[in-house]
Design a protein around this ligand. Structure first.
Ligand code: EPZ
Length: 420
């Protein structure tokens, strides 16, 4: 397994391009199962999770054609299996996203039950109960979700007990081919849900209300192919902006969308960043100043995203003052805190809140990544340390950040990948 070696003390400066959104690309790839026509998907990020999803489609007999820009053409007419094996699901929980499409299109699906992960137990009970309300018979045995439906799924009025992003996406995809109208109340409003809905509409689906907490889908007999470009990754965007702020630098991120990062940009301005935005770019300038601590609370979109909580904890770790960060989405998303404290941070965990007393600089140390976004936060911590930091187990980071060391090197960071 590789590790990243970071020499801290450099202010990031320069311009980078943002890749397509992982959490939009994954459901859109699964949506290709809803038609026997060819679906072309563009602006896919070069990530392990994307490769895993393509592998998963491949093991069902659906062979994506990948071009040199990693655009893919998928025609699921060759499908010969409706099973998502544990070997793949255990590496990527988003494999659960094939459940809705397989049920809707083929009336059957066997998907390994995704286990918990570092950040929480992450049950999928809401996915299952919603699909059962649409007429699916689902039993969980031998570690697999085994689902069937006689004929078509039926439209249903569903109230989600919790806001669930992939739960909303699974049901929305299943509902596109159901008989009648499906209403999803307390639906997730994340931009990635909207991106999936827009792709499904391009395929002939009838969807309204995407981006609000009530999504209405009127089922159609079949969907057709389309060509769709995945939206930019707002979490990658925010991660580089936070890294720029922590290192007192000046960075422009392009090929992104400022309109879906309001909560994050507001917090960065509170931290003292000077932010300018254009149609598809954001520029952050700290004018060499140390950031000020900010307090925040994660929650479903449009509130501050949980996927940027760890990164902001790293910013607060070296900011002026004391900031509190409350995590309301996942039950165990503070694994990065113990590693940062080993680097000299002064962070106290009080239930689902961390209190961060900013220090001037951290101390480089060997640290270990536990999940995707925690890995990113440890890299940021390494960038603001007075010595060398080695971040181990970075396969986590390669799942969600395209060419992270190259992009950071473009911004002046002293970072290199070595086999561990
Ligand atoms: C999606 O995960 C994202 N992944 C996550 O990004 C993100 O952190 C999360 O949404 C929240 O925004 C993808 O889109 C592939 P949830 P998801 O269902 O859908 C509970 C990253 O770093 N819940 O919205 O799995 C659950 O335990 C990843 O890119 C149930 O109880 O998250 C959690 O507490 C990490 N039962 C809360 O809801 C269910 O059936 C929100 O989870 C489903 C969810």
């Amino acid at each position: 397994m590789d590790k990243l070696i970071i020499k801290g003390g450099v202010s990031l400066n320069g311009e980078i391009r943002i890749a397509g959104a992982k959490n939009s690309a994954l459901p859109i790839l699964a949506a290709s199962l809803l038609t026997r026509d060819t679906v072309q998907i563009r602006n896919l990020p070069h990530l392990y999770d994307i490769t895993t999803m393509l592998e998963l489609l491949g093991c069902m007999g659906v062979e994506p054609i990948v071009d040199e820009k990693l655009s893919v053409e998928i025609n699921s007419g060759t499908i010969n299996s409706f099973s998502a094996p544990y070997e793949l699901v255990k590496t990527m929980r988003a494999s659960i996203l094939v459940l809705g499409p397989l049920l809707a299109c083929y009336g059957q699906a066997e998907v390994a039950l995704p286990g918990g992960c570092a950040i929480g137990s992450r049950p999928v009970n809401l996915h299952i109960s919603a699909l059962e309300s649409m007429g699916a018979s689902i039993r969980v045995e031998d570690g697999y979700i085994k689902a069937t439906v006689d004929g078509r799924l039926k439209g249903s009025h569903i109230f989600m007990d919790l806001v669930t992003v992939t739960g909303t996406e699974n049901v929305m995809m299943a509902a596109t081919l159901a008989d009648g109208r499906t209403v999803i109340e307390n639906a997730a409003r994340e931009p990635e849900v909207v991106d999936l809905a827009n792709c499904l509409i391009e395929m002939g689906a009838r969807i309204e209300g995407q981006g609000t907490d009530t999504v209405i889908i009127d089922g159609v007999p079949e969907l057709h192919g389309c060509s769709y470009s995945v939206m930019p990754d707002r979490i990658e965007t925010g991660t580089y902006l936070i890294a720029a702020a922590a290192t007192r630098g000046r960075v422009r991120v392009k090929d992104t969308r400022p309109d879906i990062l309001d909560a994050v940009l507001a917090k960065l301005e509170q931290a003292g960043a000077d932010i300018k935005v254009g149609k598809d770019w954001i520029e952050l300038d700290m004018h060499g100043r140390r950031p000020r601590s900010v307090s925040l609370r994660t929650a479903p979109y449009p509130a501050f995203p949980t996927d940027m909580q760890a990164q902001f904890t790293a910013l607060n770790a070296i900011a002026e003052g004391t900031g509190s960060i409350t995590e309301t989405v996942f039950e165990n998303r503070f694994m990065h805190v113990h590693e940062m404290n080993r680097m000299g941070a002064a962070i106290r965990v009080e239930g689902n809140t961390v209190i961060v007393d900013g220090v001037e600089m951290l101390k480089g140390a060997p640290v270990m990544a536990t999940d995707l976004r925690a890995s990113a936060s440890l890299i940021i911590a390494g960038l603001v340390s007075d010595n060398e930091t080695s971040v181990d187990r970075i396969y986590h980071i390669d799942r969600g950040y395209e060419c992270i060391e190259e992009k950071l090197q473009l911004l002046g960071a002293k970072i290199r990948r070595v086999p561990s």
